[in-house]
Design a binder for this molecule. Sequence first.
Ligand code: ZN
Ligand code: ZN
Length: 263
Amino acid sequence: MAYMTDENGNYKRTVRCGYCYQMGHNKGSCPERKKDLAASIEKTKARLKEDDYPVGDDWSRRNDQRRLENYTEQLNKMLNKGKNRKCSYCGEGGHNRKTCQERKNDIVDAASVLTNYRKKLLSKMKDVGLGVGAIVRTQVRTQDDTVSALGLVENIFWENVTHDNMFRADDWRPSPPNIVSIRVLGDYTNRWGEKVGKQLNTVPVDVANVDGDVLDPDRTERIHSGYPALQMVSGVDNVVAPAKFLWPETINNLAKVHVDERR
Ligand SMILES: [Zn+2]
Ligand SMILES: [Zn+2]
């Protein structure tokens, strides 16, 4: 292993070629070696064609024939490298992960699912006024007990709405997106004796459940057995997501991550 500096001046690990001693490739893909092998093949072929070997010197001719076979084999090996590899996404041959059509289709599907969810979630949040400035009721763990407290919504982590926290009614335990940053109002002390200040919580279940799917009692219980989602007290008039919340580029990047994590 050798090191080279990238465009930012950082060292990164790389390979050094045992043939030309340049960095960034190895002997198996060395452009110099390909050129040299092709030239050797031409030269040997020419010599054999000329057939100008000394009389009685059969050894030189046979030696050139062996060389020609050897050079040709080496060059073919270099040229065919990677051609028999299988796609690491679908397992088929003839293409790689980057050009895999199945992966491309899966990314398109995932992007469409996430776009749909993000649109519906935003619309639900607008309906109830869940945005910066809203007053919500939440649960706070204090020294002795978990109590109900009021909170002020200070921030919404829009970028965290991904496939991982998309609410799916048929999940074993559907989970609402955990994106609401709250300042807890009132004096509460946690079990380390510190004042409870901020809290991150999920959006209300009926907001997360964008299609209004009916949940069986088991699922409902499982949702509430975690940290309880917050409830709206007083919404704001204006709920605005950043423009890039629905940009195809943003969504596509998340869809790629999602698709690649599963294969
Ligand atoms: Zn090289
Ligand atoms: Zn493939």
